[in-house]
Design a protein around this ligand. Structure first.
Ligand SMILES: C[S@@+](CC[C@H](N)C(=O)[O-])C[C@H]1O[C@@H](n2cnc3c(N)ncnc32)[C@H](O)[C@@H]1O
Length: 338
């Protein structure tokens, strides 16, 4: 008889969303088969920590269970070649691997996955105003441009020219669940469009801006690629551009985690009375929501109030540092305009 292994019991309704989240966080056990009964789906997992469990709970309820999952027929995986599970991230048909041991990991990935055509390794951190990274080519076709699919949309991405990470996929879905088709959304730091286009596809009227000309080029291309018309795309500094949209937005997306606080005033001005701002930042684990004080100070400067609606860790960023989100409603009284 086969051994029991850990799994999550989730409702059928939430099964696919939670499976995707587990894959995204590297916690889905691909060696075992999903099973189900009339009302529930059982998802095989490797291991999840408390942060990951909280993230899954924000999508839907689950119970931890020990299940007799059937084994998947064994297909060769990189571990078979390497003897360890390599850390890598896939965007479209490009795998990004760590620089150390890159050649060996690339060989293992390319011989076990037909869908990976290129392997690259970062030679810099995500840096500068445009939050880009430099890479070196390791194996396969020498390019950094690819086509990535997420939530039914396609994104042309240049990994070196503009910021993109698939790790925010679940968070983007959460925001999409909060936005209504008749809402106006302002995406201040839109990149190649993964928030903006998803929300526009839902029917919202979206104003999307970015300062990086390469990001804007791909954002325009991706709007065409996905046949999205209800979006206005602007190139420039959000600190100036957002001021054109005073009191207009039901939702403002502020996904510039290292310096979002510097843009709070234009964001608050662009929000409608009772509009919601989705604010992302990087925070130390011993003061996860310290930016709440900055938010309240910025609002007070404009004679506005703040009601925090939701705060959560979105993903781990570095040892003892996390990418967190704070959603807050802007309560406007008599605004002081500068
Ligand atoms: C962390 S990325 C997020 C991109 C996108 N929202 C996503 O989820 O992939 C931040 C983006 O803000 C842009 N940016 C940085 N400073 C800016 C500014 N002052 N005004 C407008 N965009 C800016 C960068 O070029 C980058 O594309």
């Amino acid at each position: 008889m086969q051994d029991k292994s850990p799994g999550l019991k989730v409702s059928r309704k939430n099964g696919e969303k939670i499976r995707k989240a587990l894959v995204e966080m590297g916690a889905f056990d691909r060696t075992r088969k999903i099973c189900s009964d009339e009302s529930h789906v059982y998802l095989p997992i490797l291991d999840i920590d408390e942060i990951e469990a909280a993230k899954i709970r924000s999508i839907g309820q689950f119970e931890l269970a020990a299940i007799n999952f059937q084994l998947e027929e064994h297909v060769l995986c990189p571990e078979d070649f390497l003897g360890f599970r390599p850390s890598f991230e896939v965007v479209g048909d490009i795998a990004m691997v760590e620089d150390s041991d890159a050649e060996r990991v690339a060989a293992a990935l390319m011989s076990t996955s037909k869908s990976i055509k290129t392997v690259i390794a970062p030679i810099s951190d995500v840096e500068g105003e445009f939050r880009t990274r430099r890479f070196r080519h390791v194996a396969g076709e020498a390019r950094t441009v690819t086509l990535h699919k997420e939530h039914g949309l396609r994104y042309r991405v240049d990994l070196e020219g503009a910021y993109f990470t698939p790790r925010l996929g679940t968070e983007r879905l959460r925001i999409a669940g909060l936005v209504s088709p008749d809402d106006v959304v302002l995406d201040m730091f839109a990149g190649v469009g993964p928030f903006a286009l998803l929300l526009a596809k839902k029917g919202a009227d979206v104003i999307a801006m970015d300062k990086n000309p390469v990001a804007v080029k791909y954002l325009r291309e991706n709007a065409l690629l996905n046949k999205v018309n209800n979006i206005m795309i602007l190139e420039g500094d959000a600190a100036d551009l957002a001021l054109r949209y005073e009191n207009l937005a039901d939702h403002v997306i502020m996904n510039l985690p290292h310096s979002a606080s510097a843009f709070l005033l234009p964001a608050i001005r662009a929000a409608k009375p009772d509009g919601i701002i989705h604010y992302y930042c990087i925070a130390p684990e011993d003061d996860l929501y310290g930016d709440e004080a900055r938010i309240r100070r910025a609002a007070e400067e404009m004679n506005a109030g703040v009601e925090v609606l939701y705060k959560e860790i979105v993903r781990s960023y570095a040892p003892h540092r996390h990418n967190v989100v704070i959603d807050f409603r802007v309560k406007k009284h008599d605004l002081i305009l500068y």
